[in-house]
Ligand binder design. Structure first.
Ligand code: ZN
Length: 443
């Protein structure tokens, strides 16, 4: 078996559509650029990715609490955060074909890449990435509101509510997963740069006691371990340390987590030491005191912030790309066959166990297979199917199912089934009573 390294985005996109992972939004109307829908398997895949993040970042920690803030916030929140004034891309329009480009993405600033016109660009202008909406029946400046471009601000404005009600003191974190919106000028690379996307953000507040940089490093290590634990290939992942000139002026340290996609390196997550910048900004504009009150020393202080902000659609795409392999193998007769397989970690795989009946028209065989599937469903994401065994394996390989169980003629006689493992394609006969233990040991 030789894995083929030349995986293209066309293959990934085609598989995602063919097997029901990801569809274009509003496809019957020609689609909407920068928006995507997750199909039956994609919805589970993305949920598994989010659950894996939530489990490790929130559930397994006693120093992180859960949060879920509204998508639309008071417009002042975006004024304080700097998004209203500073969150924009510099863009130019081609005067001939009217297409719009990000200045920093133009290879040649004198020629339009779409229509080829020379010196056809307008002067550079700022283009806000904030999605606007209006609240209530009047559409005027008083009703103007924004769809959040990040989930973090909902956490900052609630810092005091949370630490008081959760009875936490720094170091502690507040985490949430939710939708964000950015009016990207040029969405692209499948779901990578979308206008509507989901973020998983952890805001970890630490005391200003000299341990903040060590705390930052610990989060970098934890995030490294997370990607490794769920099987992301180490040689396609890098933690790029931002130089001082690449960071905002208030940030003490910053790491971009990047994955090597078929088109090159792309950012998945940013880990940043943001100092007191965010709480300070909201205190200044709201006039409210958001400092932490330390009961022991009876003093107020503003905690420092370490932020881990990951894109869940990007991470889902990463799992899909990373798991994808096209293999060419030679069977014992010398015949070459190829298969596409998604080598998902079992916690990420949308289906964990598929149970087949070898024959459709044998009621006792179908019944046995269905009853095995039904038994496993309480513990695993299980699926029943029937028909041509080669086609069934092919389908399950393409959706990344780690184990397939086949009920056949010997099953009816001896009570054993065939268990086939996805990666090695090895098959073993296992007694029905031993199935639960067999799978538990391997997942
Ligand atoms: Zn043009």
């Amino acid at each position: 078996m030789e894995p083929d390294p030349k995986v293209t985005m066309e293959e990934i996109t085609a598989l995602a559509k063919r097997r029901g992972f990801i569809f274009q939004s509003s496809e019957i109307y020609g689609g909407l650029n920068g928006f995507w829908d997750y199909g039956p398997l994609g919805a589970i895949l993305k949920r598994n990715v989010k659950n894996a993040w939530w489990r490790d970042t929130v559930e397994l920690r006693d120093d992180v609490v859960a949060f879920d803030s509204s998508i639309i916030m008071h417009p002042s929140a975006w004024k304080a955060s700097g998004h209203v004034d500073e969150f924009h891309d510099v863009m130019v329009d081609c005067k001939v074909c009217k297409h719009r480009f990000r200045l920093d993405q133009l290879k040649d600033r004198s020629q339009c890449p779409d229509c080829g016109s020379k010196d056809s660009f307008t002067e550079p202008r700022n283009f806000s990435l904030m999605m606007r909406t209006s609240i209530g029946p009047m559409e005027d400046s008083a009703s103007l509101a924004y769809l959040r471009p990040e989930t973090a601000q909902g956490i900052f404005v609630n810092f005091k509510n949370v630490y008081q009600t959760a009875r936490k003191k720094p170091p502690f974190g507040i985490a949430q997963i939710g939708k964000s919106f950015r009016n990207e000028i040029t969405p692209g690379n499948f779901t990578y740069r979308s206008r509507e996307f989901e973020q998983a953000e952890l805001e970890y507040f630490v005391p200003n006691d000299g341990n903040d940089e060590a705390q930052f490093q610990q989060w970098v290590s934890r995030r490294k371990a997370w990607y490794a634990n769920y099987g992301i290939r180490a040689d396609r992942l890098r933690f790029y340390e931002l130089k001082a000139a690449e960071r905002p002026h208030y940030a003490k340290a910053g790491i971009d987590v990047e994955y090597l996609f078929p088109w090159g390196w792309g950012e998945l997550e940013s880990i940043a030491h943001r100092g007191t910048y965010d709480l300070d900004a909201h205190m200044k504009l709201s006039g409210k005191d958001l400092r932490f009150f330390d009961e022991a020393s009876k003093t107020h202080y503003t905690p420092l912030l370490i932020e881990c902000s990951a894109g869940m659609d990007r991470t889902t795409l990463t799992f899909l790309v990373d798991a994808y392999e096209r293999e060419i193998s030679t069977d014992p007769n010398g015949k070459q066959t190829d298969r596409v397989v998604l080598r998902f970690h079992h916690a990420i795989a949308p289906v964990q166990v598929a149970v087949f009946s070898l024959a459709r028209n044998k009621p006792e065989m179908v019944q046995l297979a269905r009853s095995i599937e039904s038994d496993l469903r309480g513990t695993y994401r299980a699926q029943y199917d029937e028909g041509n065994i080669g086609q069934l394996y092919r389908r399950q390989d393409e959706i990344g199912t780690p184990f397939c169980i086949t009920v056949d003629y010997p099953s009816l006689e001896y009570g054993t089934v065939t268990v086939r493992e996805r990666d090695s394609m090895t098959q073993e006969r296992v007694g029905r009573d031993a199935l639960a233990g067999y799978l538990k040991e391997r997942m």
